[in-house]
Structure formats: C-alpha cells, structure tokens
Design a protein around this ligand. Structure first.
Ligand SMILES: O=C(O)CCC(=O)C(=O)O
Ligand SMILES: [Fe+2]
Length: 360
C-alpha cells in the first residue's frame, strides 16, 4: 500500500478495488481502510467514483459563489444559531473549538480568529434544516449542481460504510442504513488570501486545530496546501496532508471514534501556512545547493511581504441518523476491552457540538 512521505503517513488506497472487486478484493481494501483509520484516522482514497471533471466543476462553482458581492451572498445567510447549519457564513462568524467544555477554555480558543467564509447545504428532504439557496437568478445552475454533488458524496459515504462494515464483520445490511442522509452536509470553504506573517505569528488562522464531530468527512482540496494533521502518537506535532491528484481525503469524526470504542481515531487537524513552495530562480548557476536545475526551495514565510494565495476546499460531513444510538459497535469491545462511553444519540451529540461552535 502506498504511503505519503509526510508523517503521520496517511495511506493511499485504491477504492475501485472495493467498488468493482470480488469478495476477497473487498476484504483486502476494507482491511486497508480499517488499518488507516486505526493508525492515523485519515486515508486518501483514489478512484473513489466521483469523476475528476465533476470535482473540478464543484471547485469552479465554489469560486463563482464566493466571488459574488457580499450583499448577494448575504441573500442566503446562515441563521444565527448553530442548530440550523445551512447557508452562507461571512469571514469571522464561525469559530472552531476542540473538546473544550469549560467556558473559559472555549473563549481562549477563539482568540485567534479563523479567516474563512463558507457555504453549507444539506439533504433536500431535511425538514429540520432546510437548505438556504440564493435566488436562482443570482447564480443560475449553482443549486442544481450542488444537489447533484451532494448525491455523489452521499453515495461514496455509503460505500465507505460498506467497507467499514466488512472490517468489523457487521452483518448485512451493515452500517449504511444508519446514514439516511438527513444529517449530511456539503460545505464550500474559501480562505481569502492572507499575509504569511499573520498565519505564521498566529494572529489569524485559516482553521484552528479541531477534530470533526460526525462519523466521517470527505475532503476535497485545491493545490494550495496548508492542511495539517496531528500525529496521534505525538500530540502537538503536525504534518502536511496536501492534495493528491484524483484522491479524496477521508477522516474519522468524534462520533465514529466513540461508536467504534476508540478503534478508529478522530484525528486533530488544522489549516495554516502552506508548506515551503518552490519558486523558479532565473539564470544559470542556481543549482549549487542541490536543487533541481533552475529551482530553489524558498520557505514562504521567509519571503518579505509574502502573501498566501486564496485556498478553496470542499468537505462533506457525514453523521448517523439522529435517532441512532451510538454505542460500541460489535467487534469493538469485549471482556478485555470494555465499552468506554455511555450510549448517546447522534442528534443529542451533534446539537451539543454545534451549540459550542456558534454560541457566544
Ligand atoms: O479546509 C480544509 O482543508 C479543512 C477543513 C476542515 O477541516 C473542516 O471544515 O472541518
Ligand atoms: Fe475538519
């Protein structure tokens, strides 16, 4: 199995072998994903089934959306409460918190503002959280595309759940029916360009260190980079988890960690300064430092007045149906591995975390 060069070595798995393979192939891929989620909580899936052109199209819609004037984007505003997580959030509105239930700790984690804007949409049939669209004439075709992309992502989540069910020997129909799509959420994220100085000195962040709180997240990212994943064995050590062509990054969220009795890790991640970029230095004789001809690696933060370019990413968050009782799954507990957590419904858990994200 391929690995990324960065630690904590996020495995790269060919998912078509699961979708199209015979039983043995499926079991092999399921084991690879299981191992990845046990080790780092993240996996890159190649050949995941969503056509490359469609992923690119989603990024181009996202760019068009965020390029609209603020007053137009505000025609689809995110409601003030975290309980209805749909629509447009302007930069500075959402603050990410991490496992902090004490009020003063939440306040402290909000001292560094996230510099991003986002647009959220969900299942068209979700009556609890109806979608908040722009008037169609403001961006014709946007809604139709997003509804279709949502379906593609939901389908992929169900296939990954099938793989996880095989890994745990959950009998058919497995975990898939616990995700009726009611709580899925497609998020468009835009991190405006920013002075490298600000990110470096932590005056601002793109997204603060956090873990996701649902069951699983799909993450599509552009080629700017800056996503970092914590090494679960060495808290505080982060490594870059940059884009890999034609692959989607998939990670476990807190609810799934709990559901799996901590077999799978919900790993902390954040978005900050991209890794050192390569700039081309013109003229001969620049190869004395061992770099490829004509190129020299210049750490972005060392460039005077360097600006980190805009970054776009597209996470798709999955959560179990709200009435699902999250209690150690079969195969994740036993005599020598007792259940670690009290049962909780998915809905109760999500509401608690959402309230923490938006509450004053
Ligand atoms: O933009 C990214 O790459 C990460 C986004 C993320 O972690 C999130 O929205 O939860
Ligand atoms: Fe995240």
């Amino acid at each position: 199995m391929a690995r990324t060069n960065d630690t904590p070595n996020i495995p790269i798995v060919n998912f078509s072998a699961f979708v199209n393979g015979v039983k043995e192939e499926q079991e092999r891929v399921a084991r690879q994903i299981d191992d990845a989620f046990r080790e780092v909580g993240f996996v890159y899936l190649k050949h995941h089934g969503i056509p490359k052109e469609k992923v690119e199209e989603c990024f181009s819609w996202s760019k068009k959306f965020f390029a609209l004037p603020m007053e137009t984007k505000m025609l689809a505003p995110h409601p003030p409460s975290g309980a209805h997580h749909r629509g447009y959030s302007a930069p500075g509105l959402e603050k990410v918190t991490q496992h902090q239930y004490e009020k003063d700790e939440i306040a402290r984690s909000r001292e560094v503002p996230d510099y991003k804007e986002s647009y959220e949409s969900g299942n068209v049939n979700d009556e609890a959280q109806p979608n908040i669209w722009l008037p169609e004439d403001k961006l014709p075709g946007f809604r139709t595309f997003m509804e279709s992309y949502f379906e593609d992502c939901a389908t992929l989540i169900h296939r990954i759940l099938d793989a996880l069910s095989i890994a745990l020997s959950v009998p058919p129909p497995g975990l898939s029916p616990t995700h009726s799509r009611s709580l899925f959420q497609l998020r468009l994220l835009h991190y405006p360009s920013i002075d490298a100085e600000q990110l470096k000195n932590e005056k601002r962040s793109r997204i603060n260190a956090h873990s996701d709180f649902g069951t699983m997240t799909l993450l599509f990212q552009d080629d700017v980079g800056g996503l970092e994943v914590e090494d679960p064995e060495h808290p505080g050590n982060f490594s870059h988890a940059g884009p890999i062509e034609d692959a989607v990054l998939v990670n476990i969220g807190d609810l799934m960690m709990r559901w799996s009795n901590d077999r799978w890790r919900s790993t902390v991640h954040r978005v900050g300064l991209p890794p050192p970029k390569t700039v081309t230095i013109p003229g001969p004789g620049v190869n004395t430092e061992g770099h490829r001809n004509g190129e020299k690696v210049v750490p972005l933060e060392n460039e005077n007045g360097a600006v980190v370019p805009d970054r776009y990413s597209i996470p798709f968050f999955a959560t179990a149906d709200m009435d699902t009782v999250i209690e150690a799954l079969p195969g994740t507990w036993g005599k020598d591995k007792p259940k670690k957590y009290e049962p909780v419904t998915a809905w109760g858990y999500v509401q608690m975390r959402m309230a923490m994200t938006y509450e004053e």
